[in-house]
Every structure is written in C-alpha cells, then in structure tokens.
Design a protein around this ligand. Sequence first.
Ligand SMILES: Nc1ncnc2c1ncn2[C@@H]1O[C@H](COP(=O)(O)OP(=O)(O)OP(=O)(O)O)[C@@H](O)[C@H]1O
Ligand SMILES: [Mg+2]
Length: 258
Amino acid sequence: MDIVIAESLLKQYNGFTAVREVNFTIRDRECFGFLGPNGAGKTSLVKMIYGFSPVTSGKLTVFGMDVKTNIRDIKRLLGVVPQENNLDPDLKVLQNLLVYASYFGIDARLARERAEELLEFFGLKEKAGEIVESLSGGMKRRLVIARALINKPGLLILDEPTTGLDPQARHMVWQRLRLLKEQGVTLILTTHYMEEASQLCDRLVIMNLGEILVEGTPQKLVADYIDETSGQIVQEKKEQPATLEDVFLKLTGRKLQD
Ligand SMILES: Nc1ncnc2c1ncn2[C@@H]1O[C@H](COP(=O)(O)OP(=O)(O)OP(=O)(O)O)[C@@H](O)[C@H]1O
Ligand SMILES: [Mg+2]
C-alpha cells in the first residue's frame, strides 16, 4: 500500500515556485528520503504532507486521504519533527510530552505511560524533570522525536533530524530511527547529508531547486552513476568508492553542502 501519493504537486509562495510539479509515492513501512541542498524545497514539500502549508496545485494524498479535505484525520495518524525544534522551553522534559499528548486527547494515565516509555527509548529518562533549556542539542532533537511519537503514528516525518548534531549524537538518532522502522513505522526524512540518506533510506529522491532529479534506492543511484561515468578518467582516479555526493555533483554541478 502507498502511504503518500503526490501527483504534479506544486508549491508557490507569492508566485515564487519552491516545489515544481513533483511526482512520487511512499510505500508502507519504508524509509523514504528527500536529499537536497539548502533551498531545494524539502521543507516546503514535507510541510504540505503534514498539513502545515497548503498545496498550490496538484494532488497529494496521505493514507488514501486528500490533504485538502481531510487534513484533520491525517494529522491524527502522523508524527512530525519540524526542522526547527519547537519545544516549550518553560516546561520540563516530561511535561513537554504530556502537554503534547493532551492535544491528541490522550488520556492522562496513558499519556504518562507512553511518555515514560519514550523517554526511556530515547535515553532521556534521567532528564525527565529537567527544563528543556538544560538539554544538549542532541537531547533536544531526541525529545522532539519522542514527542512526535506520543500518538503512536504510523508515519513519522522528520525534517533534517540530525542537522547540527555531532557524529555521536547523529548515530544515536539513526539507531533509534532504525528500531522504529523495524517496529513498522513508515519514515519520511529530509536531509542534506548523503551518508544519512544512504544509511537510513530504502528509497530516496534527490532534489534541487524544487525539482526531483532522480529516484531510486541509494545503491541503484550510485550504481547508475558508476555505469554512466565508467571509463572516464575521473572514476579511475578516485580512491574512494562513489557516493550519493558524486551523483548529486554530476546531476547539478554543485556540492550538496556548499
Ligand atoms: N514562507 C516562504 N515564503 C517565501 N519563500 C519561501 C518560504 N519558504 C521557503 N521559501 C523559499 O522556497 C525555497 C525552498 O525552501 P525550503 O525551505 O523548502 O528548502 P529546503 O530544501 O528545506 O532548504 P534547507 O535545507 O535550507 O532547509 C527557497 O528558495 C526558500 O527561500
Ligand atoms: Mg528545510
């Protein structure tokens, strides 16, 4: 079953086109990635999926429902990790989860149970009574992900889950996301780290300037690149194996992170 279907999906802000009539489908229980540099349109795209930003034109369905008409029903089934942490700094760690649970109408006892489970899962149990301000960047990010799971969503949308984190903090988030996938959660993530995309995603698209340039498994995108460039001196000279970064460079003439 396809969880998200986008057809000729367009996003404009006052005439400026941020997402150019893209098409893609996201399958049940996969991790699907949007890889692209700053300004590629990743956030604009996922904001339409989670109903934060209206679709300009085209069709977008999530769990078989049209975002234009059924966004309230869709939102109940989603977990969202926005690009910017939007935790309540005045509340303690556990309280952040409980208040969020109340937005979903989750019974207070159940909310507490789930919140404690999630804090444990994300290695934040000892921080339950601390104020958010006292957490490190990696801990805050994990708390935002924990919060997004309070309603037991079937689909978790993560906008740059690990940007700005050090390698150790990043690996910890990756490990938790893999476990969630094993538990059957469908994951959508945006990233400009090619390593993140190749480590986590079953399939991904590479975006640039609002367009989807290619789609496939990380292995296929790299293999196609090697096929297309084989015989070229550039490939023979390389000591490192080809990566998604090379694919992006070939497609756009730019580096992913510049
Ligand atoms: N609210 C807005 N009003 C006008 N233009 C916007 C708005 N939001 C985004 N844009 C523009 O749309 C384009 C895509 O932005 P978007 O934030 O979707 O990119 P992104 O791929 O998420 O980038 P980043 O990696 O920096 O987060 C950019 O040119 C941006 O300036
Ligand atoms: Mg963004």
